[in-house]
Design a protein around this ligand. Structure first.
Ligand SMILES: *Cc1c(COP(=O)(O)O)cnc(C)c1O
Length: 562
C-alpha cells in the first residue's frame, strides 16, 4: 500500500494565487487555478506546496468614473493572514544582492503557500515585488528572478525536500536555471545538469497566441543577472534568442500540459518545431468544488430535491447585491444572463450587442436581463474601452443591463451561482480553457458558449447547456458566431426558460452532474499526479508506474471529496 508520504513532493510555482478576496495577489484565471489547486491538495492530503510572490499592493481595484472610464487603485495588501517565517534568502539583480523575505499562509483551507517579498528594511529593492504585472520588462524580469531563482533558494533555506518542480506558465522558468546551477556547482557539466533538471520539472502552458508568450532579449536578461552564472550559448540552448519563457519551460521539463483537450491540439501545433521539448499532454482545468458550489444547491442536488427553490434563493441574493451596488432592481422571474471576465478583446464581451435590431426588443420587452462584470488590465486601453462600452449599454438599457465594478472572487462566486445562464463568447481558439463556466455548471447555471476551451468536453447541446457557432475558424467567424448566438437564444434558451421549466430543471441537474464528475480540481490534481508527477519521478527513481493506481484509489475513497 502506497502511503501519501511516498507520493512525490511537489513545489508548485505561480506568479499569482487567488485564495480569497481578502488577499488580492491575483489578476484572474491563472491565479484562480493556482489557488484551487492548493485547496484541493489540502483536501486530498497531497504533498504539494505553493511558491509565489507577496505583492505589496493588490492587483487593481477598478472603479468606473463619472466619465464611464475604468480607473485603477492599488490598495496595500493587508498581511494579517500571513506568517513571517523569519527566513531570508538572496538573489542577484543587476550586480547587487537583493534580500528576499519569505512569508507563509495556510489560512484559506490550502496547503502551505510560501510567498516571497523584497520589502526588507534597509534594502532599496522593495520595488521588485510592488505590483503584479505592473511596470516594464525590467521589472518583470526582476520579479521572475525572485519567483524562480529566489523560490528554489527559499525551498532550500526552509529545508523542504522537493522531488517535482511544477512551473505554472512561463513566469517561473528561471527556477530551472537555479536547479541547473546547483548541479553545476556539484561538478556536473551543463548538459548533465540540464538533463537531470528535466527529470524533476513539469510545465503548464496557458497561452494559445504566439504574441502572448513572454520573451526577453538576452541583453536585458544578462544585464539583470537572470543568466544566473550560465553563458549565452547555454541560455539560448534553453530558451532560444530572444529568450522565450514558454520554449524554456518546454525544454526544462520532462512533461508539459495544455489546459484543455482543444488547447492541447493548438499548443502541440504551435510548438511542433521546437526541438528537444517535452511532450504536451492535455490536462483540462478544474475548479475547487467547495469554494465554487453554493451549499444550498449542493444539498438540493445531493438529496435529489427540487433544485428550483434553492436556485431562486441564490438568484435573489445576487439581485439583492446588484441593487445594493447599482441601485437597480432586476426581476427574479426573468431570465438572467451573466458574463464576467477579464475585459480583453478576444473574449468579445460586447458581442451580444452587435445587432441592436435583434437585442433591443429582447432587453426592452423584458425577455432577458444581462449582468456584466470584469476588469481591464491597468495598461490595456482596448480592454478599458470594452468596459466603457458595457457601461454605455447599462445606460442604453437601464432596466435590463447592469455592470458590477471590481470583479473579484466574491463577485465571481455570486455571479456563477446566482445567474440562470452563463454566456461565453471567446474568439476560438483563443480561450485555452476558461473556468468560470465550470463554476456556473457546478451551480446548475446553464452554459451558452462557443465550442472553445473546456466546453467541447462538457457540452451536450440541449441536455446540460448549449453551444453556439459550429467551431468554424475563418474570416466571417464573428458573423457566423453572432447569428448562431441569436438563433440559439431565441429558439432554444428563451423558450425553454419560460415555457418548459421542467426541462430547464433537468438541464440544471445534468449540468451539475457534468461539473461534479469531470471539472473539479480534484480530478485535475489526480491527473497531474498520474500523468505528470509520478511518470517523471518513476523515470528517475524506478518507482513502479502502477503507483498511479493508488492515487486513483485514494481519490475514489475520497480522502475528503471536495
Ligand atoms: C473564475 C474567475 C476567473 C477566470 O474565469 P474565466 O472564465 O477563465 O475567464 C477570473 N477572475 C475571477 C475573479 C474568477 O472568479
Amino acid at each position: 500500500m502506497i502511503q501519501h508520504n511516498s507520493l512525490p513532493r511537489v513545489a508548485y510555482f505561480c506568479m499569482e494565487y487567488a485564495l480569497h478576496e481578502s488577499l488580492p495577489i491575483y489578476a484572474g484565471g491563472l491565479g484562480v487555478l493556482a489557488g484551487d489547486i492548493l485547496k484541493s491538495a489540502k483536501d486530498l492530503e497531497l504533498p504539494l506546496i505553493g511558491v509565489g510572490i507577496l505583492w505589496r499592493e493588490g492587483y487593481t481595484k477598478q472603479h468606473i468614473g463619472p466619465d464611464n472610464w475604468p480607473y485603477d487603485e492599488f490598495p496595500a495588501i493587508y498581511t494579517s493572514s500571513l506568517q513571517d517565517t523569519g527566513v531570508q534568502v538572496q538573489v542577484q539583480v543587476y550586480d547587487r544582492m537583493v534580500p528576499v523575505r519569505i512569508w507563509k499562509t495556510q489560512a484559506f483551507g490550502n496547503v502551505a503557500l510560501y510567498l516571497l517579498n523584497t520589502d526588507v528594511p534597509g534594502s532599496d529593492f522593495g520595488w521588485i515585488t510592488r505590483r503584479l504585472y505592473g511596470g516594464s520588462a525590467h521589472d518583470r524580469i526582476a520579479q521572475e528572478i525572485v519567483l524562480g531563482i529566489g523560490g528554489v533558494r527559499a525551498l532550500r533555506a526552509l529545508d523542504l525536500d522537493i522531488q517535482i518542480y511544477h512551473f505554472n506558465e512561463g513566469h517561473a522558468v528561471l527556477a530551472g536555471l537555479e536547479l541547473i546551477r546547483e548541479k553545476i556547482n556539484r561538478g556536473l557539466s551543463f548538459e548533465e545538469a540540464w538533463r537531470h533538471t528535466r527529470d524533476e520539472v513539469v510545465f503548464t502552458t496557458h497561452t494559445p497566441v504566439m504574441a502572448g508568450n513572454e520573451s526577453h532579449s538576452h541583453d536585458l536578461l544578462q544585464q539583470l543577472g537572470a543568466y544566473n552564472g550560465l553563458t549565452y550559448r547555454e541560455m539560448s540552448t534553453v530558451g532560444g534568442d530572444p529568450f522565450s519563457m514558454t520554449v524554456a519551460g518546454l525544454r526544462l521539463a520532462r512533461l508539459a500540459n495544455a489546459v484543455s483537450k482543444q488547447h492541447g491540439l493548438t499548443a502541440r501545433a504551435m510548438w511542433q518545431d521546437i526541438a528537444e521539448r517535452a511532450p504536451i499532454l492535455s490536462i483540462t482545468n478544474g475548479v475547487h468544488q467547495r469554494t465554487w458550489q453554493n451549499e444550498d444547491i449542493k444539498k438540493a442536488y445531493e438529496e435529489k430535491c427540487d433544485l428550483w427553490p434553492a436556485h431562486q434563493r441564490v438568484k435573489k441574493q445576487l439581485l439583492f447585491e446588484i441593487t445594493k451596488r447599482t441601485g437597480k432592481t432586476l426581476d427574479p422571474e426573468k431570465l438572467l444572463i451573466g458574463f464576467a471576465r477579464r475585459a480583453t478583446p478576444y473574449k468579445r464581451s460586447n458581442l451580444i450587442f452587435s445587432r441592436p435590431e435583434i437585442i433591443s426588443p429582447l432587453l426592452e420587452e423584458g425577455h432577458i436581463q444581462l449582468v456584466f462584470s470584469g476588469k481591464a488590465h491597468p495598461q490595456d486601453e482596448a480592454g478599458k474601452n470594452l468596459v466603457s462600452e458595457l457601461i454605455r449599454m447599462t445606460q442604453t438599457y437601464p432596466q435590463s443591463v447592469v455592470f458590477l465594478e471590481n470583479y473579484d472572487l466574491e463577485l465571481g462566486r455570486l455571479l456563477t451561482s446566482g445567474c440562470d445562464l452563463w454566456l461565453n463568447t471567446p474568439q476560438r481558439p483563443l480561450e485555452a480553457s476558461g473556468t468560470s463556466g465550470m463554476k456556473a455548471a457546478l451551480n446548475g447555471v446553464l452554459n451558452l458558449s462557443v465550442l472553445d476551451g473546456w466546453w467541447p468536453e462538457g457540452c451536450l447541446h440541449g441536455v446540460n447547456g448549449w453551444q453556439f457557432g459550429d467551431g468554424y475558424e475563418g474570416p466571417d467567424q464573428e458573423q457566423r458566431d453572432l447569428l448562431s448566438l441569436y438563433k440559439t437564444l431565441l429558439t432554444e434558451v428563451i423558450p425553454t426558460y419560460y415555457r418548459d421549466r421542467p426541462r430547464w430543471q433537468r438541464m440544471m441537474r445534468a449540468s451539475i452532474e457534468m461539473a461534479v464528475c469531470t471539472f473539479t480540481a480534484a480530478r485535475m490534481l489526480k491527473e497531474y499526479y498520474n500523468l505528470m508527477y509520478l511518470p517523471t519521478v518513476s523515470k528517475r527513481t524506478g518507482i513502479k508506474a502502477n503507483t498511479t493506481v493508488n492515487v486513483t484509489a485514494m481519490m475514489k475513497r475520497g480522502v475528503s471529496p471536495s
